[in-house]
Design a protein around this ligand. Structure first.
Ligand SMILES: [Zn+2]
Length: 282
């Protein structure tokens, strides 16, 4: 898919599973299970999906997934599987290698979004994208480096420590645009200062929903995650942006949906839901 002067590619970087109850908050299991079947440990299948934007001067990757730094114990808990889908293989598919990436846009610093920022090379922690600038919202950086008890398990310092040491982090304050042709939207319900890139031209717009709407099943207003730090705020933020998405027929990109790369949204007067899936790249 092409928007403006960017060619867009969907980059799947891992398969993994999280607890279905945690993924759907207050929604009763008989309802969410119809959308996302659970395994015998109540986990549902998900992916990490990045968006790659390519123009003449930039090769931008939005989020980097779970990455490869996992110990067996965690790999097992989250069923992280890099066998079929991984960053390297997905980049190769589009003729790219990690050293060609110019920018890494970090929506927020949770491990399943920035785990691929860094990697171990001969037991040494190194940046996965050695020539890239890594863009991070300052408020989210502050939270990630002094998280609350509720948050602590979602942040892993080795996803950014070596980037900080090498001066590769570019701090962003607020919504101001820092990459050409990309606007930013900010939300505060899931975590503090989650950034959502919006790519648009005169004919269409696409927004990267990150954890505001991680899967198509999360489009209806009350379908939100128990991971959110301010759940009522998340509902409000969905209520604010979904009417615009429906009215202007924006494409929304799903970072964690195992089936849909992206989609369009409809409103029947009562509920928001997926109108149709959209394929970003084959
Ligand atoms: Zn998150």
């Amino acid at each position: 898919m092409r928007i403006g002067d960017y060619q867009l590619y969907s980059i799947e970087t891992s398969e993994f599973s999280l607890d279905g109850g945690a993924m759907f908050g207050i929604i009763p299991k008989p309802l969410w299970e119809k959308k996302s079947p659970a395994d015998d440990q109540n986990r549902i299948s998900m992916v990490t999906r990045s968006l790659l934007l390519v123009n003449d001067d930039h090769r931008i990757i939005i989020d980097t997934g779970n990455g490869t730094k996992w110990q067996e114990k965690f790999k097992d808990i989250y069923q992280i599987d890099l066998g079929r889908l991984n960053m390297e293989r997905s980049l190769v598919k589009y003729g790219l290698t990690p050293d060609q990436i110019t920018d890494v846009y970090c929506t927020h610093l949770h491990f399943d979004h920035v785990g691929g920022n860094t990697t171990y090379q001969d037991e040494k922690l190194v940046p996965t994208f050695p020539n890239a600038k890594y863009w991070v919202q300052s408020e989210n950086w502050d939270l990630a480096n002094s998280p609350s008890e509720k948050d602590a398990g979602s942040f892993m310092r080795n996803d950014w420590s070596v980037l900080e040491e090498n001066g590769m982090i570019e701090f962003v304050d607020g919504k101001e645009s820092f990459l050409p042709g990309i606007e930013n939207h900010l939300t505060y319900g899931h975590t503090i200062g989650m950034m959502h890139p919006i790519i648009g031209d005169t004919s269409q717009k696409l927004i990267y929903m990150a954890d505001l709407v991680p899967m198509a099943a999360h489009i209806p207003l009350p379908w939100i995650m128990a991971y959110d730090i301010h759940p009522a705020q998340t509902v409000k933020e969905k209520e604010q942006i979904l009417p615009k998405i429906v009215e202007e027929e924006w494409i929304i990109f799903f970072e964690h949906d195992p089936v849909y790369q992206a989609g369009k949204v409809k409103y029947d007067g009562k509920h928001y839901q997926l109108q149709e899936g959209v394929i970003i790249s084959e």
